[in-house]
Design a protein around this ligand. Structure first.
Ligand SMILES: [Fe+2]
Length: 506
């Protein structure tokens, strides 16, 4: 007992000395080191669990290891957040939240809801929807005239449990082959409403809407209204969709909120931190709701995870790579190997445009989420640079920021242009403060903490125009605009600005 008491006393003394003598920022550094030590193995395990693989060889062992990994991770994350709050409490205050826009469902249980579509391969479309009735058929009837369905396809459905929540049937049906730039009318489950979508073009030009961190607030509704006010071919979303944050009915409400747009144009998404939704002990498999509801065409691009994949657009004139900021990404990881192989397959003579989307930005001068994308940047930036990626879109930071072309923290005409577009809406509000003397400030061309969305119109093999549209304006006014030249063309001057817009670039 005496020995135990002596050890306890020594431990208390050490803790007291650390607490009194060490400055808060040192504690923050210690917490960061601790976090980095446990975070990688925990993420690796969680990724294995998400892929349905065993870690220990037994179910009970997996359950125990999973619970331990998550509990430990939550503890470390909590301590880290506390330290961060202590160190930065006086530096960043979010604006008050906007109320949620909740969308009720008052139709019969077999009535299809939350309809959204996503491209699969060159000429197929996946139709996804939810029915409360788990026995509703997974069938889509479709045709090119309203009410006249000349073809049909059958798929399957999945369900998931989350704590006490039990999802409805989540249906996924792939239809096709489809003609490009053609309007198809369709009905899900032989019941309910008729929807229509337009297929993307098989050649350039093509227009993408890009928006991150969407959520389901009044701000989100404003963004969706602005997006719907103009035409486009496909929507790209670099993570943080519903902000359900473990409240599963909010996933259903989000699906209903975005249905008018997401049932009419393909929505291609990748995951953000708000999709993880782990709970210590009870819910240790991350991305359960996201993977069930937002199935993306990962198998078609050789990826074994729904958390990262790629696809071609405009008949292969554009290749879009969706990376996973919350799947293992280090050298030797499955995602790293997959990205290397995927980029190696891109022939820039046939594919002049190469786009990448991910959640946590690699370059960011906002006070929010500083440095969170750094480990991924160190692991993958060289691959993107050598592949001559044209643009990297990120979310996570609730503001808009456009950088010049960069490689390894220096302006480089052969590097990607970095754009943070995490200003879709959401209940957390805007990230208001940018760091004036940030080491990357001289690379930041335009930055503003306002809600909005972006559009990338690829005009032809060499030219594209990026515009950012702020919600505050009554009409879809362009607040930032830049013309890009494809890096496949490899010309010396790679970006020019429109007269009267903000100055740019190399
Ligand atoms: Fe995020």
């Amino acid at each position: 007992m005496c020995k135990i008491a002596r050890v306890a006393a020594a431990l208390i003394r050490v803790l007291y000395l650390v607490a009194v003598a060490a400055p808060v920022k040192s504690l923050l550094a210690v917490a960061k080191v601790a976090f980095s030590l446990v975070n990688a193995p925990c993420l690796r395990y969680m990724n294995q669990a998400a892929l349905g693989r065993s870690c220990t060889g037994t179910f009970c062992g997996d359950l125990l290891v999973g619970a331990m990994a998550h509990s430990w991770r939550m503890l470390v994350q909590g301590l880290t957040s506390l330290m961060f709050f202590c160190a930065h409490a006086d530096e960043y205050v979010r604006p008050p939240p906007s109320p949620l826009v909740l969308m009720a469902h008052d139709k019969p249980a077999s009535h299809p809801q939350q309809v959204h579509i996503s491209v699969v391969g060159a000429n197929h479309m996946r139709i996804s929807w939810v029915t409360d009735d788990r026995n509703a058929p997974s069938v889509v009837e479709y045709g090119t005239s309203p009410g006249k369905y000349t073809a049909s396809a059958t798929g399957n459905h999945t369900t998931y449990h989350y704590f006490f929540y039990k999802s409805g049937a989540i249906h996924h049906v792939t239809i096709g082959p489809l003609e490009p730039v053609t309007t198809y009318y369709y009905r899900c489950g032989r019941a309910g409403d008729e929807f229509s979508f337009r297929t993307p073009p098989a050649t350039l030009p093509i227009e993408f809407v890009v928006i991150g961190d969407l959520g389901q607030t009044g701000w989100t509704a404003s963004t969706l209204s602005h997006i719907g006010g103009g035409d486009y071919d496909m929507l790209l979303l670099p993570g943080d969709l519903s902000y359900a944050d473990t409240q599963q009915p909010l996933w259903d409400s989000f699906g209903r909120l975005v249905q008018p747009l997401a049932s009419a144009r393909p929505w291609m998404v990748t995951e953000g931190n708000h999709e993880m939704e782990t709970l210590p002990v009870v819910e240790f498999a991350p991305f359960a709701a996201y993977n069930a509801r937002w199935r993306m065409p990962h198998e078609e691009s050789g990826s074994r995870s729904n958390l990262y994949y790629s696809f071609d657009a405009a008949g292969g004139a554009a290749h879009v790579v969706m990376l996973g900021s919350y799947a293992a990404f280090g050298e030797g990881s499955e995602q790293h190997r997959w990205l290397e192989a995927d980029l190696a397959r891109v022939d820039r003579r046939r594919t002049p445009w190469l786009l990448v989307l991910l959640h946590a930005p690699w370059y960011n001068t906002n006070q929010a989420h500083q440095g969170e994308g750094e480990r991924m940047r160190l692991a993958m930036e060289r691959m993107l640079y050598e592949a001559r990626v044209d643009v990297v879109f990120a979310g996570h930071v609730h503001a808009y920021e456009r950088f010049t072309r960069i490689y390894d923290n220096e302006a480089d005409s052969r590097g990607p242009m970095y754009i943070t577009i995490g200003d879709g809406g959401n209940r957390e509000g805007l990230a208001l403060r940018f760091i004036e003397d940030h080491k990357s400030a001289h690379l930041s061309v335009f930055r503003e903490a306002s809600f909005g969305h972006g559009r990338l119109r690829i005009v032809n093999e060499t030219s594209a125009v990026w515009t950012w549209h702020r919600n505050d304006d009554e009409y879809a006014t362009v607040r930032d605009e830049v013309w890009l030249e494809s890096l496949a063309a490899a010309k010396p001057s790679l970006a020019t600005t429109t007269a009267g817009r903000h100055t740019d670039e190399l």
